[in-house]
Design a protein around this ligand. Structure first.
Ligand SMILES: [Mg+2]
Length: 223
């Protein structure tokens, strides 16, 4: 247990709008990790006649180059680059998409407090569709915003500027719950006052230590 870890506490009367991330915050990142780190390399190897280890090495290099950019989150970019029908592949394996423990209860709790609840995600609209079909997540929030609509990833200040215009954020009274540290940094840089980091976005992996932001293992700890 790290001594610097700060367990997050939300003072609900200081918050009007809750921005909540999807993958790794509400939905188990185990699906995305399985998809990108296991299934895609296997499919890529088969498609291009490569050894799996070689395909995995190649892909990890490409992933690293694009991390945090909008192209990284664009399924069409990857479909073209890897010559794999990723939309079909995602649909085929969509039964693996699931909520993190306590996620639905957390969302219901936010709504019962009459807070505005917006999902903000870097997921491409096409991927968002698959996740909605599988989980019914659209019914649990007031609106869903994809960074692709703004052509700027959540890691950028441009995203926060455009989000502010689109939904009229009172950043002093806004809370972001999110598993990506670089997204939390961008939000804080823009002036979002309240931030909570998720320590355990993937139920197949142990919790991470986070000392830069108040954090919880998962949203179940915030209800
Ligand atoms: Mg996330």
């Amino acid at each position: 247990m790290g001594t610097a870890t700060t367990q997050a506490t939300i003072f609900w009367d200081t918050v009007d709008t809750v921005l909540v991330d999807m993958d790794g915050t509400l939905l188990d990142l185990a699906f995305d990790n399985f998809f990108w780190l296991d299934l895609v390399p296997r499919t890529y190897a088969a498609r291009h006649g490569l050894a799996e280890s070689r395909a995995r090495e190649d892909l990890m290099r490409v992933y690293r180059d694009l991390e945090g950019t909008l192209a990284w989150y664009c399924i069409d970019h990857w479909t073209e680059r890897l010559e794999i029908d990723l939309r079909a592949l995602k649909r085929e394996h969509r039964h693996r998409i699931r909520y993190l423990p306590g996620a639905l209860e957390f969302l219901a709790g936010v709504r019962s407090r009459n807070k505005r609840l917006l999902l903000v995600t870097n997921a491409h609209r096409a991927v968002l569709e698959v996740k909605i079909e599988q989980t019914g997540l659209d019914r649990e929030v007031d609106a869903m915003i994809s960074s692709h609509d703004f052509e700027a990833p959540k890691e950028s200040s441009e995203f926060w500027r455009q989000l502010d215009v689109a939904v009229e954020l009172d950043s002093e009274r806004t809370l972001l719950v999110e598993d990506s540290i670089s997204v939390l940094q961008a939000a804080r840089g823009y002036g979002v006052r309240h931030t909570v980091a998720i320590r355990r976005p993937d139920t197949n992996s142990p919790a991470r230590e986070i000392d830069e932001f108040p954090s919880v293992d998962g949203v179940h700890a915030l209800t």
